[in-house]
Design a protein around this ligand. Sequence first.
Ligand code: BES
Ligand code: MN
Ligand code: MN
Length: 463
Amino acid sequence: MNTIKSYIDANKNRFLSELVELLKIPSISADSAYKEDVLKTAEAIKESLHKAGCDHVEICETPGYPIVFGEKIIDENLPTVLVYGHYDVQPPDPLDLWDSPPFEPVIKPTDIHPEGAIFARGSCDDKGQMYMHVKAMEYMTETGQLPCNVKFMIEGEEEVGSESLAWFVPRNKEKLANDVILISDTGMIANDIPSITTGLRGLSYVEVEVTGPNRDLHSGLYGGAVANPINVLTKMIASLHDENNHITIPGFYDKVEVLSKEERAEMAKAPFSLEAYKDALDIEAVYGEEGYTTNERNSIRPTLDVNGIWGGYIGEGAKTVIASKAYAKISMRLVPNQDWEEITQLFQTHFESIAPKGVRVKVNPHHGGQGYVTPIDSIGYQAASKAYEETFGKVPIPQRSGGSIPIVSLFEQELESKTILMGFGLNSDAIHSPNEHFGVWNYLKGIETIPWFYKHFTELKSK
Ligand code: BES
Ligand code: MN
Ligand code: MN
């Protein structure tokens, strides 16, 4: 299959320009003003799947944004790979921090991307990574090298919680039946240190509201004599961690999986430079739960973070006021075995219980999802590992990620198959941030590696 390299060489410019076209459509699922663009993106993906050789392509309606489905079944007796990805993107704001407009893609060199990177919202998360699969499919069908059946399921609500996909999957089990699920929506350690993601964290996302007096008050006339919702909220939030940065919610750690010494030692073998990590973020010191390393803190341990906090006067100058209400958005990243609904309940009960007299507290749960771990002795993982070995010349390192793709645990539950997370992005690609980008080298490496997965998976499966 050494012709994949020559196929890429011959088609590289087209692969890039097609992705650039896709990135121009602002498919922001969180903002209803972009509804037409989200729908237009679904149409564009459908068209691309058809061109890549799918025999059957379809836009599947849901209560929300549609799911693009495509398939090529060459022989019922052969294994089936189901590719999942998302065509929606995060909102691009703050716009003024972008060096070039988020939906006008440009290719520019960076310090670590000698062949340049494509700068645009969604370039890495996830249009660029999803499109690698479309182009790998094109290669396999064009050159008659597709070794098994393929299905594509590309959704448009990942960035807002995948509600419609959670509705769609249980209703379409037959249509989605597969032997393995393949996703590129994560990252790897570095271009010369390939890794495969073996775990994702779960998530519980809540919004809290603290109400004090029935109206905003003069802070001189009333200050000190009534509970100030902002003072109270910040104190309550501060109490959610103790002096060792453990989370204080009763029962929060009860189901947390404890890794053995051996497993932690294995994890610690992954190359990591604390100095480079601090430099990249311009911080003097790292911070986190006592007793754990940075890589443990951001993967095998659960966390609680305020994502936004507001209330009171934030305009120009000063206004002496005690606000009636204060708000915060809080996310908890969970590890396998922690149940997100249970944790949400524990949070709610605890947060309400620590509210002092004089305020009312409301907890509004948003979305959530379970974490996921994939065993490295599965055929799917072995096939992926061999694929990386073919194209990187190195055995990839298994690594748990701190991010979440909540729908993955539902796939396992409903479709009873394992998910393999072959991500080709880098942590420095700025996903969800201004100046998101995806290395040209990474994009092409992904296209090169994917067909090897199909080959090895089909071979291992037939043994
Ligand atoms: N692709 C990311 C998740 C990701 C990125 C996992 C990098 C591992 C490494 C996905 O699009 C995402 O942003 N997920 C959200 C959760 C979702 C419910 C909004 C997240 O992790 O915050
Ligand atoms: Mn994503
Ligand atoms: Mn994302």
